[in-house]
Structures are given as C-alpha cells and as structure tokens.
Design a protein around this ligand. Structure first.
Ligand code: DGY
Length: 340
C-alpha cells in the first residue's frame, strides 16, 4: 500500500506539474481513458479511494458525491467559478477548496473586450453575410453594418472584481466617457495603481475619466451604453439581468456576459432583442450551456443578427489554460506537502 496521495483526475488537463509529480512517483492518479466530461457514475465509483479530486466546470460535485469521498482532503477545480460545486458540503467536511483566480484575468478580459467591440460593430451579422455568399447583395454603403464606437460611451460593470477591473483598464485605451460599476464587495478601482501604469500611459484620457460606484442596479442599467456582467453566479445573482433590468436599459445599449449564463434571464433577453428594447448582446456563456440547440430563442432570425454567442471560451488562451491547470494541481500538491 503506497503512502503517496491518490488523485482522482476527472479529465486530462495541460499541467506539467502533474506530469512531473506523477513521473517522480510523488502522487498516484486515477484517470479515465476517454476525454470529455467525466460521467457522474465514474466519479461516484472512484471518489471513495481518492484523497484529492481535480474537476473542471463540466463535473458538478453535489453534496452526495462529496459525502461519498470519505478520504477527500482537497477538491481542486480548474476554474475561478465554483457554482458547479456544493461549497457548503465541502466546508461542512473541512475539505480544502482550490480554485484558479488571477491567472485567467487577462484572457477573460481580452475576450470581454473583443465581444464588446464585436457586438457593437455587428460582427455576427456581417460575418454571416460573407459566409453565406451574400456579400454582393450587401456591397459597401455609407451606413451598412454601422454600429457605435466605444469612445465617449458609458460602460457599466455588474461586478467589479479583478477581471472586470482588467477589462476597464483595457477599455481606457478606447476613451470611454465614464465607467460605472456595481459590486457586492466594494473594491476601489485605483487608476494610479502600478498595475495599470502601462495602460495609463497609453490612454491619454484615462486620468480624467469618471469611475464611479453606482449601488442601484436599475440606475446602472439606465445610464450605461454597454453593460458588462462579470460577477459570480450564486442564488442572489441568478437572473440578476431580468426583464426589469433590460427594460431600464437604453434602446441603443448592449449587454455583454462573460461570467455565467444563468445571471441573464435568456427568455427576457431574447424578448428584449426581438422588440428592439436593447441594441445587441455579446455572450460567452448561456443559461443551459452546452445543450443549446438550433431551436434556441436567441438563435432565431428575430435575434440572431444582434447577438454574438461564443461557447464559453473566455479563458481559452494556451497560456491561461496551462497556468490554470498548474495552479489547480499546486493546490493538491501543497495540501500533501509534495514538492518537486
Ligand atoms: C472559470 O474559470 O470559471 C471560467 O469560466 C472557465 O473558463
């Protein structure tokens, strides 16, 4: 019987730390031969022997599953979000929970900026025209495909943690008029902080920009030209962006969600896009993902050209995914004082 910790690895992750620790015989891994999300039954039948489990957001861990892991000392997820895990059950058992904050901030911020610009500049519609061979029916014309510029606009952040602050700092280069935010944990955005020095130098208008906490969500909706949701999903943020919020938004405004799908009420969003209540949306996440069929309301003719939907790729840079994988393995190794 070996003394090294046994790790239940739910799916392959790009971690060199894990590879090295295994090669040196410092850990033992229970792994699957197939790729893709680990089925519940597979986790259930292996968790009893594991001292640690490594999951991603495709492997939900319920209380019942955590209870079955009698030897579990650490649950490590290759994500910053923990909405797929029953964190109360983990706390109850004093199991350590490892997540991967910070290392994905740049990747998600880049994609949020990209989605914002893409939504405002009608990329969904414009690229569909070309892909369907219809460019000749839409030749260059003075107002074709036009959308607003970010310059001078009010950007409203729902949630203002590290990722949102990174997005805000990137956006300074586009010289928005104002940045508003609402947050459950007030964290002052410090434009003078050394973290933002490079961007400050490059963004000539940044030192004059108004950055203000707006505690009232409806007011944020009313005043923003772009609303960006970057908050965690929990019972208090589910459908935070609902019919009431959307009907307070300007008709010319855009909604961007790169956090978690259920923060936005999808049906209300589809109605808001259909009725022209808002101008457009950019979504990297969607309620019910990844089971989104072509029948989905947002993919219908009435909406599809005003919404750009991506399959949850916010953190998908090679660098971020590698760093996330290594950090999530580090939590496990640290728990068992394994050093390489
Ligand atoms: C996270 O880390 O929670 C992201 O959504 C994964 O890309």
């Amino acid at each position: 019987m070996s003394n090294v910790p046994t790790i239940l690895l739910c799916r392959d992750i790009p971690s060199t730390l894990l590879k090295n620790a295994e090669e040196k015989g410092l850990i033992q891994i229970i792994r699957r031969s197939e790729d893709g999300p680990a089925p519940k039954e597979w986790i259930r039948s292996n968790i009893t022997n594991a001292n640690a489990i490594i999951v991603t957001l495709t492997e939900p861990l319920s209380e019942e599953m955590i209870e079955a892991g009698k030897k579990l000392q650490v649950v490590s997820t290759m994500s910053v979000g923990t909405d797929h895990i029953d964190t109360n059950a983990i706390q109850k058992r004093s199991i350590k929970l490892g997540t991967t904050p910070d290392v994905l901030d740049d990747a998600v911020a880049d994609l949020t900026l990209l989605l914002t610009l893409a939504a405002m500049r009608n990329l969904s519609y414009a690229s569909r025209i070309v892909q369907q061979g219809q460019w000749s029916k839409h030749p260059w014309s003075p107002l074709a495909f036009c959308g607003p510029s970010l310059r001078g606009k009010t950007i409203g952040f729902v949630g203002f943690g590290n990722i949102a602050q990174t997005v805000a700092s990137l956006m300074l280069m586009f010289q928005p008029g104002r940045i508003l935010y609402t947050t459950s944990k007030p964290k002052p955005f410090d434009i003078q902080s050394p973290d933002f020095s490079r961007l400050r130098e490059r963004a000539s208008a940044s030192s004059d920009i108004e950055i203000r906490n707006v505690p009232d969500l409806q007011q944020l909706a009313k005043e923003s030209d772009v609303v960006i949701t970057l908050t965690s999903l929990n019972p208090s943020t589910k459908h935070l962006i609902d019919e009431k919020f959307l009907s307070s938004m300007k008709r010319s405004a855009y909604l961007i969600n790169t956090a978690r799908g259920p923060i936005v009420d999808t049906i209300a969003l589809a109605q808001a896009l259909e009725s022209g209540q808002i101008a457009g949306a950019g979504l990297d996440v969607l309620e019910g993902e990844p089971n989104i069929s072509s029948e989905h309301p947002l993919l219908q003719e009435s909406c599809r050209d005003r919404v750009l939907i991506l399959p949850h790729i916010g953190s998908a840079t090679n660098e971020a995914r590698q760093a996330m994988a290594d950090l999530c393995v580090k939590h496990v190794l640290d728990q068992f004082s394994v050093s390489l």
